[in-house]
Design a protein around this ligand. Structure first.
Ligand SMILES: NC(=O)c1ccc[n+]([C@@H]2O[C@H](COP(=O)([O-])OP(=O)(O)OC[C@H]3O[C@@H](n4cnc5c(N)ncnc54)[C@H](O)[C@@H]3O)[C@@H](O)[C@H]2O)c1
Length: 438
């Protein structure tokens, strides 16, 4: 099929390359000329495992092109909208201006029978509003909503072999059948591999995505709330998580207590959900998400408090080695990253923060020039008064405590992800402090 992808960020670039890998002819459109210039020569503008290889081969095959000119969508019959929906300044709501602009832009170039497919995460009701706008345009195009569940770090695999497909289709039976058929042609390979498909109305498709993220955020904040309780009772939240996680109804995944969640999705999605629920008169239904958010943010402060205590309440001028900047490993994404938050707060208290990350230093330096960065772990640890691990990259979780102990000034470590082995670190002479564990 010939498809276009509007918005070539973490979602859209992977989607465009993956669709080309599946044999479709794809044009990716973005307003960011620098991003498009790199993509057009097969270079990934951000770190995502597997993406560079995919881009190189798809661009070389001629099946994948990129442009800043919306007119280049002409000829495609399925148009994916993958632009950002960030948190609106001064509000919890999602900023839909990029989605609206993308749809308006598309309407100038689509043909009758073209399917516009929303992939961005949007508040419930957005698709219905956009469908009305598209119907009014007289273009003869129509709309489906196909939420995206990819995980950064596994985005290529998740796009080519998703764990489920959800199509939100129009109420009109004929339009619904056509939308389903067109999307199923796009996803023919995944469907042949028996990927579960759920076809819904617009509202359900929008809510599937938002509620999935709300559930995941709640699960993380639940275990972090237990960590807060463990901290005053002497219990160990990691053992608690192991024990309750053995109940198959609960499960161990997403029960890692630590500095909490961040990134370009979970925080803004739960906030946008509460804002939307209030707009539709159902604020109380998801009021608990405000507590989920608050628990999550408290964990960042908890790491900072532990650090200040470890520095004998005098952070000023002390060297703190911050391990990790990305919001999670296998990504260079620092949007709302707990690691960055901790580093910035410690710097604000006067500590000499030196931070390292295998992939996210460049993004961090651009956004937070007040921090000091070094890509050499030995140099970062050298003479440090305190080590704070905040993103669980393998190179940090598997670090040898004896080796690290010989480099630092003082053997004190705060394990903001509960990913180090306390026994091994203590045996090597370290004062080890996890979250929610004695
Ligand atoms: N990143 C993820 O893991 C992920 C997963 C699932 C869903 N989502 C959702 O996907 C959407 C995009 O997220 P992202 O992480 O890729 O964001 P992003 O900021 O990385 O990418 C958005 C891109 O859209 C471009 N853009 C903005 N306005 C445009 C316009 N009018 N025309 C063309 N391009 C335009 C921007 O320049 C940018 O490159 C969001 O709604 C997000 O919630 C993201």
């Amino acid at each position: 099929m010939r498809v276009s992808v509007i918005g070539c960020g973490y979602l859209g670039a992977v989607h465009a390359a993956s669709m080309a890998e599946l044999g479709h002819e794809v044009v990716g459109i973005d307003v960011d000329a620098a991003k498009i210039a790199r993509l057009a020569v097969g270079e990934a503008p951000f770190f995502e495992p597997g993406l560079p290889e995919l881009l190189r081969s798809a661009v070389a095959s001629g099946r994948l092109t990129f442009s800043t000119d919306m007119a280049d969508v002409a000829g495609a019959s399925v148009h994916f909208v993958a632009v950002g929906t960030p948190q609106l300044r001064g509000s919890f709501s999602a900023d839909l201006s990029y989605v609206d602009a993308a749809v308006e832009g598309l309407l100038e170039h689509v043909s009758a029978g073209d399917l516009i497919v929303g992939k961005s995460t949007v508040p419930v009701g957005t698709a219905e509003r956009l469908a009305a706008r598209i119907a009014d345009s007289g273009t003869g195009a129509f709309l489906a909503w196909n939420p995206e569940f990819l995980r950064e770090g596994f985005a290529v695999k998740d796009t080519i072999s998703p764990d489920r497909l959800v199509y939100g289709v129009p109420v009109d039976a004929e339009a619904a059948a056509t939308a389903e058929a067109m999307l199923s042609e796009v996803y023919a390979q995944a469907l042949a591999a028996e990927t579960p498909l759920i076809v819904t109305d617009y509202a359900t498709a929008e809510l599937v995505k938002v509620s999935a993220n709300a559930f995941l955020a709640t699960k993380i904040s639940f275990i972090n709330a237990m960590a807060e309780i463990a901290e005053v009772t002497g219990a160990d939240v990691t053992q608690l998580a192991d024990a309750i996680g053995l109940d198959v109804r609960i499960g161990r995944r997403f029960l890692g207590a630590g500095v909490g969640f961040g990134g370009g999705c979970l925080p803004k999605d739960i906030r946008a959900f509460t804002a939307r629920a209030e707009e539709i008169g159902r604020g109380e239904s998801v009021a608990f998400l405000k507590e989920v958010d608050a628990i999550n943010l408290r964990r960042r402060q908890r790491v900072v408090d532990l650090a200040v205590d470890a520095l004998d309440r005098e952070p000023h001028g002390k060297k703190v080695a911050v391990l990790g900047l990305a919001f999670k490993p296998f990504s260079d994404d620092i949007r709302d990253s707990p690691a960055i938050d901790v580093a910035v707060r410690l710097r604000g208290l006067g500590a000499d923060v030196v931070a390292i990350d295998p992939e996210a230093i460049e993004n961090s330096r651009r956004m937070h020039p007040q921090l000091e960065f070094d890509d050499d772990l030995e140099a970062v640890l050298s003479g440090a008064d305190l080590v704070v691990l905040v993103t669980e990259w393998n190179e940090y979780r598997h670090m040898d405590p004896v080796w690290a102990g010989e480099l630092v000034g003082t053997r004190k470590v705060i394990d903001g992800r509960n990913c180090l082995d306390p026994k091994a670190w203590r045996a090597a002479g370290w004062t080890y402090q996890g979250l929610g564990r004695p």
